[in-house]
Ligand binder design. Structure first.
Ligand SMILES: *[C@@H]1O[C@H](CO)[C@@H](O)[C@H](O)[C@H]1NC(C)=O
Ligand SMILES: *[C@@H]1O[C@H](CO)[C@@H](O)[C@H](O)[C@H]1NC(C)=O
Ligand SMILES: *[C@@H]1O[C@H](CO)[C@@H](O)[C@H](O)[C@H]1NC(C)=O
Length: 444
């Protein structure tokens, strides 16, 4: 045992200096030298926990990009030490990952794993629109990517628009261009030029009249029709403005009923694609924790829920779903407004949200460390009780008749304390919303 751990210690010692040197520590001279090269930079703060978690991943990213012969430079910058540079790049939270290419800066918002970060870096560092000169290459990229956009045709105003959209949306997905003779045999186009999205083993064409702006169509169509959804994806899906229909299941205990609901949702997603894909995203989610906190209630597992992330409304079926028809009808009723909406973003729901968040914060502190919880929340209460007690007993020495009156006077003080606390929480909520809107900004 001891020998083995000694060996691994050696391995770390030998390995790390080699890996470390692939990630450059950046300072304020970085502003000048970045212009001629492509840089992948992590802005961190020394005290930030998520940054510490990212650190080993970051060194692996540096090592792998270097060993694959990539021209992307990897660096990290202590944003607290060089705050003026960091603020010039619009860094607001830690860690912030950016790919810098010329005078463009692209934010990375995906999962912080080596594979995802490298995929992002290679995609964004390359050309925003990649050419597909042959049918073979076209079929090759169809096999490699689950979602991709293709412009088909020669030069046109649509192509200029496409390139413009691609240079912004390259953070999310791939953009290609091809001439008609490179099209796979089973793709037929009515007119040229066209923009198509290939996904779900088929393709959809952009229609300027029906679909509106190219950029908003790309934003809506950049996901597969059926997804495994987690909290992060749900937030991203929300940005498409589509409703999200989810089978909530327990992946660790997939009962017959869960599998049935998942299958039903999957069938609606594929068999009713033409009816619903314009307005709906479909998928399943593991566990109900995230949904519960979103709707501030409890959804049964397994069950099917439809979320409108634009206004926080949700829709539940009154009865257990038995048939595909029943589910299709339910989805129709959500679309035409006849289904009963719950939740929402009204003032009452917002107050409920503040109270709900406060409660779950307190609960999570108590759950993870009861002693700290007692200290944090017990101490102020204790101090206040002691003060009340002090006031009451001190005055009661003079005469017991005054006691009641004074007690009543002491009460408002407690209320005031509550109010101040609530104000504090609202500020927190605002901060969170600010963070959210900051995250909304895709490209600087
Ligand atoms: C083209 O046909 C092949 C084989 O039938 C199929 O696997 C593929 O999904 C089709 N591609 C499109 C874009 O329809
Ligand atoms: C799985 O879920 C079923 C139904 O909810 C429950 O009766 C059963 O005890 C669960 N099994 C496990 C291993 O949790
Ligand atoms: C979802 O919310 C948006 C924004 O409030 C609203 O315009 C839309 O009609 C809602 N959709 C449904 C089906 O309720």
């Amino acid at each position: 045992m001891a020998g083995k751990s000694l060996l691994s210690l050696f391995a770390v010692l030998l390995w790390s200096p080699k890996v470390l040197c692939y990630v450059e520590d950046l300072d304020d001279t970085f502003k000048e030298k970045r212009m001629d090269e492509v840089w992948l930079v992590e802005f961190y703060a020394p005290w930030c926990g998520y940054c510490k978690k990212l650190e080993p991943v970051w060194y692996e990213v540096g090592a792998e990009l270097k060993s694959s012969g990539s021209l992307i430079n990897v660096g990290k910058m202590d944003a607290t030490a060089f705050s003026s540079v960091a603020s010039e790049f619009g860094v607001r939270g830690y860690p912030t990952i950016k790919l810098l290419k010329g005078d463009l800066a692209y934010n990375y918002k995906g999962p912080r794993t080596k594979e995802d970060i490298i995929e992002f870096a290679n995609r964004v560092a390359g050309p925003v629109v990649r050419a597909l000169p042959s049918r073979q290459m076209f079929e090759g990229v169809l096999n490699r990517h689950s979602v991709l956009f293709v412009y088909i045709g020669g030069d046109s105003p649509l192509k200029e628009k496409y390139i413009e959209v691609a240079s912004e949306m390259i953070v999310y997905t791939y953009f290609f261009s091809a001439l008609e003779d490179a099209l796979p045999t089973n793709v037929t186009l009515q007119e040229l030029p066209s923009v198509a999205v290939f996904k779900d083993r088929t393709y959809f064409l952009y229609d300027a009249y029906q679909d509106g702006e190219l950029s908003s169509w790309v934003n809506r169509e950049r996901f597969r029709g059926y997804l495994h959804i987690d909290g992060f994806t749900l937030y991203e899906l929300g940005e498409t403005g589509k409703l999200v229909a989810i089978a909530v299941v327990d992946e660790k205990n997939l009962t017959e009923e869960s599998v049935r609901l998942k299958t039903l949702i999957q069938r609606v997603a594929t068999e009713y694609r033409d009816h619903f894909s314009r307005d709906f995203q479909f998928g399943h989610m593991d566990g109900n924790d995230y949904i519960n906190s979103l709707i501030m209630g409890e959804v049964p597992v397994p069950s099917i829920i439809v979320l409108n992330t634009s206004n926080d409304q949700y829709f539940l079926l009154g009865e257990p779903v038995k048939t595909l028809d029943q589910l299709v009808q339910f989805i129709h009723s959500v679309l035409d407004g006849s289904a009963q909406a719950q939740g929402g973003d009204g003032i009452f729901q917002r107050i409920k949200r503040v109270a709900f968040d406060a409660r779950s914060t307190v609960m999570s502190v108590f759950r993870s460390s009861p002693l700290l919880g007692c200290f944090l929340f017990g101490l102020p209460l204790g101090v206040i009780s002691l003060m009340c007690y002090g006031i009451c007993t001190a005055e009661s020495d003079d005469g017991t008749e005054e006691l009641d009156l004074l007690k009543r006077e002491a009460l408002p003080e407690e209320d005031e304390y509550e109010d101040r606390r609530r104000e504090g929480e609202e500020e927190e909520e605002e901060e969170r919303q600010e963070e959210k809107s900051a995250a909304d900004k895709k490209v600087d």
